[in-house]
Ligand binder design. Structure first.
Ligand code: SAH
Length: 456
């Protein structure tokens, strides 16, 4: 028989929040039973209505705050639209940094069982707003009018938004202008439920150092009605635009970009700089979204790699070669690996653009390519990994353990998988020396870290 829960659905209970979940919900324990409540902050006491009960946790709605956190900021209904997609909008920046740093400490101890590692205070931004160089906004229709903005949390309902406080002004403007033009030209919006209509997403990407703008129109259909007018208007009304791209995604999916891209106007890439290194960025390639903090992160990665100029370095999950080229300034040779073919084409272009001849790039999965290199007798002195949220594949970690590079620099956008992978590397003969959290995504719950490991 299952254990009886201390609460029932629709109960009103008084609770105290003690923690935040990884997606920013307040956590309260009611007779030991965890209840997650949106908008609750640690230290606050509140009346909560239980709206869902599961075996291991319940979900509640905040009814009344009895005691407020000193870190709380009041957000109006209108402001909520500007903060779309920001889970930590109600927590001030000092509180956000504290929360993220704590999260890293807790996870590294709980999952990674790393007790004596140095975890530095998180590096935050001076101005934690208007930082993103990219936006991809879903398009829909409401009352016969094309709308674009963000999805309401845990729903597929689109909220029409004029501005997001975490996007660069040029990105906000681009989205807004393209949306207006699409309305004027009556471009049909995509309807997710029926899988009908045309325009699914509008994407804008901006090179902050170069002032170059890329606009991407993502459609279900191969054709865009009024395409020529659309392009002409975008060029006329957005003087910074250097590239207009059409991406077709005909599938029923949450994935935003399809595989096929066509340049409608201008260049196939835009350019940007991180530090002194110039980068070409194409539509399908990953490029860090916070240019200010990217420089902080990469400089830390370079410091942890501690290169003298003699080393062979592998950069796994290299994207368009950003970290690879940073490293190549100080290494003998850098080998980059990345699974997206277009990103590797960009990476090769980028090496040439910067006159760097000591880098080589390969397309493929890191967990396939690097074991193959190792079998062929190749090793590295320093290995850098920067995987997506799911962390490194077990086969890659095993190859690192066998290959024994003196140093491993692990760049991570998910502390939980970082902790898991650090444990595996520790058990395989490495020692985690330092971890530096960096706030790349203010207002959201995401946290980036860079860790240095040395072979024992
Ligand atoms: N280091 C780069 C990119 C980091 S994002 C930068 O800072 O810009 C992670 C990258 O890993 C993405 O470009 C993604 O396409 C790539 N990727 C995802 N799975 C991979 C795999 N199994 N092998 C190699 N690359 C992969």
């Amino acid at each position: 028989m299952s254990r009886t829960l201390p609460v029932n659905k629709n109960d009103y209970i008084d609770v105290e929040f003690t923690d935040l979940t990884h997606d920013g919900m307040g956590v309260a324990k009611y007779e030991g039973y965890p209840i997650f409540v949106s908008n609750g902050l640690p230290g606050e006491k509140a009346k909560v209505k239980v709206i869902k009960t599961g075996k291991s946790y319940g979900v509640g709605r905040l009814i009344e705050l009895y005691e407020r956190s000193p870190y709380r900021v009041d957000i109006s209904r209108d402001e909520k639209h500007k903060y779309g997609g920001c889970q930590l909008e109600h927590l001030n920046y000092k509180g956000q940094l504290k929360y993220k740093e704590n999260q890293v400490r807790q996870v590294l101890s709980r999952i990674g069982k790393l007790e004596d590692v140095v975890i530095h205070p998180i590096l935050g931004m001076e101005e934690p707003l208007y930082y993103r160089n990219k936006a991809q906004v879903p398009v829909g229709e409401k009352d016969g009018k094309l709308i674009a903005g963000f999805f309401k949390p845990r729903s597929h309902e689109i909220v029409d938004t004029d501005e997001s406080v975490i996007q660069l002004p040029e990105v906000n403007e681009a989205i807004q202008v393209v949306k207006e033009i699409c309305r004027e030209l009556r471009i049909p919006a995509y309807n997710e439920e029926a899988h009908k209509g045309v325009l699914r997403h509008i994407m804008a990407r901006y090179g902050k150092q170069t002032g170059e703008l890329m606009v991407v129109l993502i459609t279900r259909t191969e054709e865009i009605p009024n395409k020529n007018r659309l392009v002409k208007e975008i060029v006329a009304r957005l003087p910074k635009v250097k590239s207009i791209v059409h991406n077709v995604n005909a599938k029923r999916t949450n994935v935003i970009l399809g595989e096929k891209t066509k340049v409608l106007w201008g260049n196939d890439v835009i350019y940007d700089y991180i530090g002194d290194v110039k980068f070409a960025i194409s539509t399908l390639s990953f490029y860090q979204v916070n240019p200010v903090q990217t420089k902080v992160l990469y400089e830390k990665a370079l410091e942890y790699a501690d290169l003298s100029g003699e080393e062979n370095v592998i950069d796994a999950y290299c994207g368009i070669g950003t970290i690879s080229l940073f490293l190549a300034q100080k290494a003998r040779k850098v080998f980059g690996v990345e699974v997206v073919k277009e990103a590797i084409e960009d990476a090769r272009k980028n090496a040439a653009l910067n006159g760097m001849t000591n880098v080589e790039f390969a397309v493929g999965e890191a967990e396939v390519v690097i074991p193959k290199w190792y079998k062929e007798g190749n090793t590295a002195d320093v290995l850098v990994v920067d995987p997506p949220r799911k962390g490194c594949d077990a086969a890659l970690l095993q190859t690192i353990i066998d290959m024994k590079p003196k140093k491993v620099v692990y760049v991570s956008c998910n502390p939980a998988t970082l902790a898991r992978d650090l444990r595996i590397l520790e058990d395989g003969g490495y020692k985690t020396m330092e971890v530096q959290p960096v706030d790349m995504f203010p207002m959201t719950t995401h946290v980036e870290c860079v860790a240095q490991l040395i072979i024992k």
